[in-house]
Design a protein around this ligand. Structure first.
Ligand SMILES: O=C(O)CCC(=O)C(=O)O
Length: 221
């Protein structure tokens, strides 16, 4: 019997990329704007549900970070799924790659199909509620392949997402809702930081998938 694909297996019409590409080009020309594309409602309800159910079984951990000699657990939980040879050194933590779960892999393939967004790893972050957060940073680790875009998919609670220019400190706030796709185009990470601030009124859980393309075997070299 054919297994239900929760919308991932259907040949859905491709999303309109031409208009987005024009937007991106304009943003590249305007050096003062962050080069991102936000696609609202990229995932339908069935796709969101399939991922949210699958995420309940992910082996999430809350590693400790040392700041000024003191250890603190990160204010969220996370897991890194990736191809072989794609271990990741992120925020001062070495994270070994775990094999791709079924729907996370389907989402990876959907991003390639719809937007040619190539990736070989995804960091999944889980924010239990609005007390959990992520501080200012850029995804500019040495193992991220030069020229690659970063694709971020939100599920569950809506949360504010901040973007800040490293030089001018100009700030943009986006509210990311369940099913939205945010593409952070190269070279956004070189010039801009991002953060997910605490929002005490938010009581629901948010899951975020951030797809990255790493240089294979970077940590074996
Ligand atoms: O949860 C988010 O939207 C932010 C994730 C993020 O910044 C990261 O994975 O580097």
């Amino acid at each position: 019997m054919k297994q239900a694909g929760f919308g991932f297996d259907e040949q859905e019409p491709l999303l309109p990329t031409a208009a987005d590409n024009q937007t991106v080009k304009a943003l590249y020309d305007d050096k003062s704007a962050a080069p991102y594309t936000l696609i609202r409602g990229y995932l339908n309800q069935a796709q969101q549900q399939a991922l949210l159910i699958e995420a309940k079984s992910y082996p999430m951990t809350r590693p400790e970070l040392t700041v000024y000699g003191k250890s603190h657990p990160i204010p969220r939980s996370q897991v890194w799924f990736a191809d072989k040879g794609c271990d990741y050194f992120y925020s001062g933590l070495f994270i070994e790659a775990l094999p791709w779960p079924r729907y996370a892999e389907k989402l990876r393939l959907k991003l390639i199909r719809d937007y040619s967004l190539m990736s070989n790893g995804v960091l999944v972050n889980c924010y239990r509620d609005g007390t959990e957060s992520m501080g200012w940073h850029s995804d500019d680790e040495k193992e991220i392949e030069s020229g690659s875009d970063i694709a971020s998919v939100t599920l569950g609670a809506s949360r504010d997402f901040f973007i800040r220019n490293k030089l001018t400190k100009e700030k943009t706030v986006l509210t990311l809702n369940s099913g939205d796709l945010l593409i952070m185009h190269w070279p956004m990470q070189q010039h801009w930081e991002h953060a997910l601030p605490k929002r005490m009124r938010v009581k629901q859980t948010r899951i975020n998938y951030t797809f990255r393309k790493l240089i294979v075997d970077f940590h074996q070299a």
